[in-house]
Design a protein around this ligand. Structure first.
Ligand code: TSJ
Length: 676
């Protein structure tokens, strides 16, 4: 929402360019396909509406303009959120001569909100455009604004105004915004109701995440709630995440009483990071991360930065204290036993995923890492007794992991693989599947580069020639006759269709590595579709990944970075290369022409690459697709047509490769693996 008022926008508005208008559109698409905007129409999505509204008040508080927020659950199933901020602006918006800014905010959709995979420029992903989405999906919504000593009010129904913005008279002693809304039963059905416990938890965690705000909770006594949920409560936590962690651990014993916690500025004035970490004795991990108080349950770059800092710190401390065993520690050993709360505040965060639950702003990893690094070193050296206990417990984890691994290797070696393998396969030398990968690459030339760039012990390469058969439109017989497909099935060792057995998979990860162009996208989407129809278990068990080869290399003097796509390139130009006069941008035509060393660094080496994990079941569930409907890749005609399903099927099976690849990428899970 803030972008509607940003200063550069105001300047642009004066020129009233046609191009500007395209950015905003009505709310019909939201009512037509609610799932695309709020990730479904289930209970979770319903509660998401409250988050959208609350986040706007949180933004106002975090910006320093409000210090309390009310969250009320009303007897009629509606919600009221109030804050004492500046009040949503009510002046006429320059782009819409007869409409107030407030009305524009509640009745228009930023087109970034469409299923485009692009993030918005406001504080958080779905957020910031959320108010109009909530309005569209509400039976009614009423806004009141107290601003400049005047009270204003406007009402809406299902996204459309039912009144003008009215002046309700003077107010002298307060300012702020109040929004009440009732979710539309036409969208969410009659059965869905807000759960007091969920909303109370949401309010609580927001209060923990920003110590400068007091959240006043109230829930109508007539609503049924758990014994633990009060009718009224004031949530305010001056010790922020530390209070949050203590409450979450709930007296579970920890291996050192000293928590690692802090609030630190990020470098380059990029924002700040807060964290509180403990290592519980029971070794049960806990991990919650947030960006601008918005939960990021799928993690992302901020978590990655913390991981890197903690792992380097622990290993460094091991080296410092001459503990040789520390060398074997991996980031998983450090994180898997930790209870972690991480919260970052940054400008213009980039989110990804169906419900924008993962932070992908590239620079966040480096910012969080460098903010925490030295602070962690100091913390470790300040209390050697506690640090020794911590180090030793992490070493124990590492040793346990290595024991398990060698047991497994022994078991596999005795059951030797007497397999006929395809001639084109360059296999890895390791014989058991653990920690091995196979790269499926497009064509022999890319195959050659990949062979040079790989780690022979753990990475296999299978070049696939030409476009593989479009499996969704072919019969099972025809699929099996296809040479490329036969090679693929043989190399993976796990069979296909009815014979599929994931325990026979010869590699831990199957990585599709195609060029970052239209043809590459096409092959990648065909392969994903093949796996979806013939080896679905492989996706379900999280074995399938997409590599992310760069499309550009940016160079200025000694500075050199790779960019995945145009958006990433633009982002780098605005950040890392901002002050550079001459930036040389080269575009890679294909993986085959990339020097092996670069291919290794950018795309193949576990230390520096980024992989996307393909997780289709999530999306299937969200869009209401059952596995039966997709059997043999054909939709069984169901009595009533479901536009969301039709659309998905079209995306998967239709001719448009771009759309398919976009679908896959948007729903893939972000995995960044560092193996230090
Ligand atoms: F989501 C929402 F729009 F419905 C909503 C917004 C709901 C609630 C309960 C509060 C809010 C909200 C918005 N609270 N505070 C604000 N602040 C602004 O919109 C605002 C005010 C002044 C200025 C300015 O630059 O003067 C800028 C903004 C973004």
């Amino acid at each position: 929402m803030a972008d509607l008022f940003g200063s550069d926008n105001t300047a642009k508005n004066a020129s009233y360019a046609a191009a500007d208008i395209e950015v905003l559109e009505g709310l019909e698409p939201v009512r037509k396909r609610p799932g695309m905007y709020i990730g479904g129409t289930d209970e979770r999505a319903l509660h998401h509406l409250v988050g959208e509204i609350l986040d706007n008040s949180m933004d106002e508080a975090v910006a320093g303009h409000a210090d309390w927020i009310e969250l009320n659950m009303n007897a009629d199933g509606s919600i009221t959120v109030v804050d004492n901020g500046r009040g949503i602006p009510v002046d006429n918006h320059p782009k819409f001569k007869n409409k107030s800014a407030l009305e524009v905010i509640f009745t228009t959709l930023h087109s970034g909100g469409k299923f485009s995979g692009k993030s918005y420029e406001t504080s958080g992903g779905l957020h910031g455009v959320g108010s109009s989405v909530v309005n569209a999906l509400s039976e009614w919504l009423v806004v009141e604004v107290a601003r400049e000593k005047q009270l204003y009010k406007q009402s809406f129904a299902r996204g459309l105004p039912t009144s003008k913005l009215e002046k309700m008279g003077p107010v002298n002693n307060r300012r702020g915004t109040s929004v009440s809304f009732k979710p539309d039963h036409e969208i969410f059905g009659n059965k869905l109701k807000f759960k007091p416990s969920w909303l109370y938890q949401m309010a609580r965690s927001k209060a923990y995440l920003y110590r400068g705000v007091e959240i006043r909770w109230s829930c109508d006594p007539s609503l049924v709630k758990d014994a633990a949920i009060p009718d009224k409560d004031v949530l305010h936590f001056p010790n922020g995440l530390l209070d949050f962690l203590q409450a979450s651990l709930d007296k579970r014993p920890v291996i050192t009483d000293k928590f690692f916690q802090g609030q630190l500025p990020l470098p380059e004035k990029a924002g700040r990071v807060e964290f509180a970490i403990a290592w519980p004795e029971d070794g049960e991990p806990m991990n919650h991360s947030y960006c601008n108080t918005i939960p990021t349950p799928l993690g992302g770059t901020h978590e990655q930065g913390l991981r890197t800092a903690l792992t380097r710190g622990i290993k460094g401390y091991g080296a410092l204290t001459n503990n040789k065993k520390a060398e074997a520690i991996t980031s998983d050993d450090v994180m898997n036993g930790a209870a972690v709360l991480l919260s970052v505040f940054i400008r213009d965060p980039q989110f990804q995923g169906q419900t924008k639950e993962r932070l992908v702003s590239n620079e966040a990893a480096k910012w969080v890492d460098s903010a925490i690094k030295d602070y962690f070193d100091h913390w470790l050296t300040a209390d050697p007794a506690a640090s020794k206990i911590l180090l030793e417990s992490i070493i124990e984890k590492a040793e346990e992991r290595m024991r398990r691994k060698s047991d497994k290797e022994m078991a596999r070696k005795s059951a030797t693989r007497k397999l006929r393998l395809p001639g084109k396969l360059s296999d890895c030398s390791r014989t058991d599947a653990e920690d091995t990968e196979i790269f499926l690459v497009e064509g022999d030339s890319a195959g050659g580069s990949a062979k040079q760039a790989r780690n022979r012990e753990t990475q296999a390469v299978l070049p696939l020639r030409g476009k593989i058969l479009n499996v969704v439109s072919a019969t099972a017989d025809k699929i099996r006759q296809n040479q490329e497909i036969q090679d693929l099935i043989l190399a993976l060792g796990c069979g296909a269709g009815k014979d599929f057995d994931s325990s026979k998979l010869r590699y831990e990860r199957v990585i599709i590595m195609t060029d970052a162009d239209v043809d590459g996208s096409h092959i990648a989407s065909l392969l994903v579709t093949f796996f979806y129809t013939q080896m679905r278990g492989l996706i379900e068990k999280g074995h399938l990944y997409l590599a992310q080869p760069p499309l550009y290399r940016l160079t200025a003097g000694t500075l050199s970075e790779y960019a995945r796509d145009d958006a990433h390139k633009d982002e780098l130009m605005k950040s890392t290369f901002k002050d550079k006069k001459k930036v040389d941008i080269s575009r890679f035509k294909g993986l085959g022409e990339m020097p092996a060393a670069q291919l290794k660094e950018t795309t193949m080496s576990p230390g520096s690459r980024t992989l996307l994990r393909v997780t289709l079941p999530d999306v299937m569930a969200t869009l209401g697709i059952t596995p039966e409907m997709m059997e043999d890749g054909k939709t069984k005609s169901s009595s009533k047509s479901n536009p969301e399903v039709d659309d998905l099927v079209e995306r998967l099976m239709g001719k448009n490769a771009e759309l398919r690849f976009q679908f896959i990428q948007e729903n893939a899970e972000f995995v960044q693996d560092i193996d230090i």
